[in-house]
Design a protein around this ligand. Structure first.
Ligand code: IPM
Ligand code: MG
Length: 360
């Protein structure tokens, strides 16, 4: 198979972890006889430096042309006070929107080998296996009106949380279908005791649930969900939620997985004529400028994202499963980066990538 993939390393540790994910893709291509066609593009702070904008037109064209896009991370502290259109994060929001990837799948698993890496008691984290389906192209991240206006005591800032019925319907269907293929449980998370936006969300999710009688639906308010995630994470199978709630809850999921460096994600939009998903694949962690360039970032979130790319954008289930088993084998071997608190000396980013390749 020809795998034409756009790689956007981005900023900070994005470059290092993407390099290992690409190493793994080469190994898969070699073993299963696929042809990798990789192109590299600019996104985020590096794009601002080189082109003056976080999401250059060229990157948009490359992403629309590629079969799939693999991304590292964006964000650099030097842009912390930059105007909104000149922030690296704007590039990420731009590419998500341009590709129309409305559903962000963020699986969270507590691997046996990592139970001690989680600050939670082992019996709480053990057995955790859920997936967050985060709406990704709507809500408060994109709603208008938005902006800061006025001066002095009159200065004010506005953001709008906006959802239309079709936006809720499509991401809900995606989540219900996933639940059908898992343990048949879907928890929809909202703040419907306060927000009209969430009241519509809940109403539409209930309507869509009638199409999926084999899935058990329940609802949680987001504050309660944040608590249940650490009190009783095993109760969750599929969590469906809007953009910002999903952003926040998925970082909480990192505590269960042992490190945010472990979490992969797949952002899916419509289907291509071939039936494959339009997809953008990125680890959940950010650019971590404090450890960038030191070869110590955990590449497993990025590698897991590459596995998701093989599965969803190319239907290569066997290859994806092989990558995921290799990741598990490496975790069991203890050759892991410092964030996973290995008992011996920590492995480097490169060594972990190489170990995954050897295990494939
Ligand atoms: C994430 C990140 C991004 C988001 C940032 C970098 C814009 O936190 O993917 O979780 O908020 O979506
Ligand atoms: Mg986040």
């Amino acid at each position: 198979m020809n795998l034409s993939i756009l790689v956007l390393p981005g900023d900070g540790i994005g470059t290092e972890v993407t390099c290992e994910a690409v190493r793994v893709l080469h190994r898969v291509a070699e073993k299963w006889n696929h042809t990798l066609r990789l192109t590299e593009g600019l996104l985020g702070g590096v794009a601002i430096h080189k082109t003056g904008t976080p999401f250059p037109d060229q990157t948009e064209r490359l992403a629309l042309d590629a079969d799939a896009t693999l991304m590292g991370a964006v964000g650099l502290p030097e842009f912390d006070n930059a105007p909104p259109h000149l922030r690296p994060e704007k590039g990420l929001l731009g590419i998500r929107r341009a590709l129309g990837v409305y559903a962000n799948l963020r699986p969270v698993r507590a691997y046996q080998a990592l139970l001690d890496a989680s600050p939670l008691k082992n019996h709480l984290a053990e057995g955790t296996d859920f997936i967050i389906v985060r709406e990704l192209t709507g809500g408060i991240y994109y709603g208008v009106p938005r902006g800061i206006s006025g001066e002095g005591a009159g200065e004010r800032a506005v953001n709008s949380m906006v959802y239309t019925r079709p936006e809720i319907e499509r991401v809900a269907r995606m989540a219900f279908r996933l639940a059908q293929n898992r343990r048949g449980k879907l928890t929809s998370v909202d703040k419907s005791n306060v927000l009209e936006n969430s009241q519509l969300w809940r109403k539409v999710v209930i309507e869509i649930s009638r199409e999926f009688p084999d899935v058990a639906l329940d609802h949680l308010l987001v504050d309660n969900c944040a608590m249940q995630l650490v009190l009783n994470p095993k109760r969750f199978d599929v969590i469906l939620t809007e953009n910002m709630f999903g952003d926040i809850l998925s970082d909480e999921g990192a505590v269960l997985a042992g490190s945010i460096g472990m979490l992969p994600s797949a952002s899916l939009g419509g289907r291509k004529p071939s039936g494959a998903w339009v997809g953008l694949y990125e680890p959940v962690h950010g650019s971590a400028p404090d450890i960038a360039g030191q070869n110590k970032a955990n590449p497993l979130g990025a590698i897991g994202s590459a596995a998701a790319l093989l599965e969803y954008s190319f239907g290569l289930k066997e290859e994806a499963a092989a990558v995921n088993s290799a990741v598990e084998a490496v975790l069991n071997s203890g050759r892991v980066t410092a964030d996973l608190r290995p008992s011996g000396p920590p492995a480097t980013t490169t060594q972990v990538g190489q170990a995954v390749c050897e295990a494939i």
